[in-house]
Design a protein around this ligand. Structure first.
Ligand code: ADP
Ligand code: MG
Length: 215
């Protein structure tokens, strides 16, 4: 099974709907330990991508990721804007001349996540989006190593994203605005981890639906 950028319009639409549906909950999380603007930042990025959807669908992956990364970098704002921008721009560099099958995608995504770590000078366990992105990258690599069938791989990725998001609840933030609260940041899920989980689970749902459709 190979996925093409023709899926991007439906992915962007589905992600926009998921973030809209969960906006209040995420804002409450960011208000508890951040400055409450995370959903607004993310929605600004998604809104900027929407009119580009059709064009993105015509590109190859490297060009599509480059364009997505540049758009998010220039429109989102916040710590999360530069981090998501970095993720996609790095994926576009890593992704040139690669067919998008699971092992290649796992490698490309992993390089993107490494760049996010470097950009934010953060790692797993610091109560950020990385607590979702890192386990998802690992589960992608594991699925590729096991030659897992797509539905199984998507299920594992979904589980890794949810477990990663939940794991931030008991962490003390050491990066980003939440770190100003120190010990008081404990007991709240990180907003950026929550939206990363929502986005990844939405992508997995769309891909699962797509792969189930006879073509
Ligand atoms: P800001 O914190 O600048 O207001 P947002 O509210 O858009 O930006 O995003 C906050 C989210 O960004 C946090 O919930 C966290 O997941 C993520 N984040 C913040 N700093 C870092 C970092 N250094 N590394 C990784 N993720 C980070
Ligand atoms: Mg914020």
């Amino acid at each position: 099974m190979q996925f093409t950028p023709a899926l991007l319009p439906s992915l962007i639409q589905a992600i926009a709907e998921t973030i809209e549906k969960n906006a209040e909950e995420v804002t409450a999380l960011d208000q508890a330990i951040g400055d409450g603007d995370h959903v607004i930042n993310l929605q600004r990025g998604i809104q900027a991508l929407r009119p580009q959807s059709a064009e993105l669908g015509q590109l190859d992956w490297a060009a599509a990721w480059q364009k997505i990364g540049m758009t998010l970098m220039s429109t989102m704002g916040g710590a999360s804007g530069s981090l998501y921008g970095t993720l996609f721009i790095t994926m576009s560099k890593a992704g040139r001349e690669r067919a998008l099958k699971l092992p290649a995608f796992a490698e490309v995504f992993s390089q993107g996540v490494t760049a996010v770590k470097q950009r934010g000078k953060a790692d797993a366990g610091e109560k950020t989006m990385l607590d979702v992105l890192i386990p998802v990258a690992e589960s992608l690599k594991q699925a590729a190593a096991d030659s897992a069938a797509l539905p199984e791989a998507l299920k594992k990725i979904t589980e890794a994203a949810i477990a990663g998001m939940e794991s931030t609840r008991d962490m003390v933030a050491t990066k980003g605005r939440a770190s100003f609260l120190g010990e008081r940041s404990r007991g709240h899920i990180d907003a950026g981890a929550k939206t990363a989980q929502l986005i990844i689970c939405t992508i997995a749902d769309v891909l699962a639906g797509h792969s189930a459709t006879p073509s």
